[in-house]
Design a protein around this ligand. Structure first.
Ligand SMILES: O=C(O)/C=C/C(=O)CC(=O)CC(=O)O
Ligand code: CA
Ligand code: MG
Length: 400
């Protein structure tokens, strides 16, 4: 078990059904290549938290708050690892191939940030070659936009090629049709558990109290639709057709050994974003991501290079008094490192489609029908172990 990505220091949460009871959604914890049926195990062990663990989504546990998250995590770990409990727990373990995984929580609001300096610089150069790559606000606040919560889907859900308006600069009027520049964005999503009160901002120190866990996320993006529609209000239909998340939500506590300081800041930050003061935990996470297209590795984006941290994004998102709801999902923004092989989108990897990638199955700029994209990631765990994030996969299907 020591070299698994899903050992006793990880224990991510998911939601599953079995073929004999397809309508009965059950919470599970991944352990190696098995799923622990949480509700059944909780009842067998007489857990105080049986009710939230028998709920048909993660929202009840997420809303219960950090003390309950910590208590449940300690219990589950004991069930799976203590000699006295293992026999009982084994009765509630199911092999992964025998279950179907579902979107594990009800998404409330969905927000996407733009926090990689390398990504933002690359996109600025590609989309706005005649302007400064970074806008004047970029290093003073984490830029974000509101996405579409209802089209967040679980890994494995097919993604239909979106249709829309597109207008290359060379054309006088827009045309309508299937996107010809369908892209991916390799991101990390943060899932809010504990809600907050309207009018009361959540400071940097509130991150651990409010954020339940982490998921990999693919922010599918139609670059031709996006480039024509986004001025002046930002991304809209170019991104709202689908966003894929992992079926496994990794608890923040599983990523403690992966915490790192973010890159040095180029400007002093306003107090509500300033994490250089004493007493604030390092806000970065050392997550090593891989992007694959039809099995070929395209890039290895390093999350540790993100300029803005998830704690700063949460503080910014609430500084105006906006409240948090259980199930709010906010994404980091595309993760791109300094090296070309660390870029988290095809837009950057092919420099706007001008430099096709040479793959074993031919040249590639943007996604073709039938393409399958997979994001994976792991983080350093305690004592030299590794903590895996759940994979995020999606295949592009043609539009009728
Ligand atoms: O700079 C732009 O015009 C647009 C950038 C994006 O694609 C928005 C986005 O999703 C941000 C990100 O993933 O980092
Ligand atoms: Ca994005
Ligand atoms: Mg999206």
């Amino acid at each position: 078990m020591s070299d698994t990505l899903f050992g006793p220091d990880n224990l991510p949460y998911g939601l599953f059904t079995t073929p004999d009871a397809p309508g009965h959604r059950r919470l599970g914890v991944r352990f190696g290549d098995d799923v622990l049926d949480l509700g059944a195990a909780a009842a067998a062990f007489g857990s105080l938290h049986t009710e939230v663990l028998r709920a048909p989504s993660l929202n009840a546990l997420m809303a219960a708050g950090r003390p309950v998250w910590q208590a449940v995590r300690a219990e589950v770990r004991a069930w799976l690892t203590d000699e006295t409990h293992r026999e009982t727990a084994a009765r509630h373990l199911l092999p992964l191939p025998q279950v179907r995984l579902h979107l594990p929580f009800e998404v409330a609001d969905y927000v996407d940030f733009y926090a990689s300096e390398h990504h933002a610089t690359n996109v600025g150069r590609i989309f706005r070659p005649d302007s400064e790559a970074l806008t004047p606000n970029w290093k003073h606040l984490p830029i974000g936009y509101h996405g579409r919560a209802g089209t967040v889907v679980v890994s494995g859900t097919p993604v239909t090629r979106p249709r829309g308006q597109r207008k290359p600069p060379s054309e006088p009027v827009p045309a309508f049709g299937p996107s010809q520049r369908l892209d991916i964005e390799a991101e990390v999503g943060f899932v809010v558990g504990t809600p907050s009160t309207m009018g009361t901002p959540v400071g940097l120190a509130g991150f651990r109290e409010h954020v339940f866990g982490v998921t990999l996320l693919n922010d599918w993006s139609a670059r031709d639709i996006q480039a024509w529609e986004y001025v002046p209000l930002g991304p809209f239909l170019g991104k709202s057709f689908a966003t894929t998340v992992s079926p496994w939500i990794t608890p923040l506590d599983a990523l403690d050994a992966a915490r790192v300081a973010p890159p040095p800041r180029d400007f002093p930050l306003l107090p509500y974003l300033d994490d250089s003061a004493g007493g604030i935990e390092p806000g970065g996470y050392d997550l090593r991501m891989t992007v694959r297209l039809n099995g070929h590795t395209l890039a290895e984006p390093p999350f540790s290079t993100m300029y803005w941290t998830a704690a700063q994004q949460l503080a910014h998102m609430t500084v105006n008094g906006a409240s948090l709801r259980t199930g709010d999902l906010y994404a980091s923004g595309t993760v791109s490192g300094a090296e070309p092989a660390q870029r988290g989108s095809l837009l950057e990897l092919t420099w706007g489609g001008r430099e096709p990638l040479e793959l074993p199955d031919g040249k590639r700029t943007f996604l073709e029908d039938g393409d399958e994209v997979t994001l994976t990631a792991w983080a350093p765990g305690p004592g030299g172990t590794r903590v895996g994030l759940g994979d995020v996969t999606g295949r592009v299907t043609p539009v009728e």
